[in-house]
Structures are given as C-alpha cells and as structure tokens.
Design a binder for this molecule. Structure first.
Ligand SMILES: Cc1cc2nc3c(=O)[nH]c(=O)nc-3n(C[C@H](O)[C@H](O)[C@H](O)COP(=O)(O)O)c2cc1C
Length: 181
C-alpha cells in the first residue's frame, strides 16, 4: 500500500465487526506510535490498551457518559485505548524557558496518528474520541491525578467500507511563499 492509499484508508469508524484483535497487532500499533517525533524527543505519552472484557465494559460506559452525549458506539468497541499525556522532559537549554508541556499535545497527536495509520495498514479501524468522562476513566484505569487523558481510541475490525473523505479543497489549505487569504 502506498502512503497515500494508507492515509486514505485510515478513517474514523464507529461500528466494528465481531472479530477479536490480537495483542500482537495492538503492540505493532504502539510500536508505530513509539517512532513518532516529539519535542526534545521527550515522548510524553503512554498508551493504555484495554482488551479485558470487564474493563472494556466500564471504559465504554465512561466514554459514552460524556457531557456531549456522543460516542455511545464506544460501548461496542473490541478494544479501547487511553492516550495519556506524560510529563515532558525538555533539553536543559530549553527547560525553564518554555512550559514543559508546550509541545506535548502536538507530540501526542503525532503518536496517535502513527498508531491509527499502523492500525489501518493492518486492516483495523480506529476512531479517535475527544469526548469522554475523563475522571471516571482515570479512576478506572488508575491514571495518576496529575496526568491527563488526551484522547481515547476505539479499535476493531471494520464492519463497513472505505468512505470518500470530506475535506477542504487543496487550494484552500496551501499557498507558496506568502499567506494567501
Ligand atoms: C482530537 C480528535 C477528537 C475527535 N473526537 C471524536 C469524538 O469524540 N467522537 C467521534 O465520533 N469522532 C471524533 N473524532 C473523529 C473526527 O470526527 C474525524 O477524524 C473527522 O470527522 C474526519 O473524518 P475521518 O477521521 O473519517 O477522516 C475526533 C478526531 C480528533 C482528531
């Protein structure tokens, strides 16, 4: 698969086939995330992979019990992943000059996308979820009080087909040499 095909195949899926996902494949997704770039190579991430039936049930409920009332489908995902923001250790010459978490969200986004692209290459579906009950999930998963869960991921085998992407026009998102309003 070319990179463009892979980027096109990665899509947010909100329904999954009744097929188990192997830990081998899940670990490969984490390995892909491990390769992501991060500011000062601080790698401020931890992926909590949830594949135990009882924990899954409770995590699915904690996701769907969010103030926006979305993500009910999380209760049907064969695997859920909590992407946790860890403290970033910046290079000594930068430390103290910028907040240590200045670039952490960018880093977590990159790592999360690596995870999702690797999943797509393995024929797995993912959905990144920003809406969830963070406190309930932190309690359930034992995440320390001073850490944040950045996003949750639903992972499973697809039950549908690849959709056409809805995106802004190429011309609207780029220009050369000067900002073009
Ligand atoms: C940070 C982030 C948070 C998101 N949160 C949710 C969410 O809570 N629920 C959901 O169904 N999709 C969520 N999405 C998925 C987006 O809706 C989706 O990526 C976008 O519509 C583009 O569609 P595609 O991923 O299929 O290409 C989120 C995506 C990102 C990157």
């Amino acid at each position: 698969m070319s990179f463009m095909e892979l980027a096109n195949n990665r899509q947010s899926d909100r329904a999954f086939a009744a097929q188990e996902v192997s830990r081998k494949d899940l670990l490969k997704c984490v390995q892909a995330a491990q390769l992501a770039p991060s500011a000062c190579n601080s790698q401020p991430w931890k992926f909590i992979v949830i594949d135990n039936a009882e924990v899954l049930k409770q995590a699915g409920e904690a996701i769907s019990n969010n103030p926006l009332g979305i993500n009910k489908f999380a209760e049907t995902a064969p695997v859920l992943v909590a992407v946790v923001e860890e403290p970033a250790t910046l290079m000594p010459k930068i430390q103290g000059k910028v907040p240590s978490n200045r670039w952490a969200q960018f880093d977590l986004g990159s790592a999360t996308e690596h995870f999702c692209l690797q999943a797509a290459e393995l024929g797995l579906s993912t959905c990144i979820m920003g809406a969830f009950n963070e406190e309930a999930l932190k309690d359930l998963l034992g995440v320390p009080e001073d850490r944040r869960i950045f996003v949750m991921l639903a992972v499973g085998y697809p039950s549908g087909t690849i959709r056409t992407k809805v995106r802004k026009e190429l011309n609207a998102i780029h220009c050369f040499n000067k900002y073009d309003a």
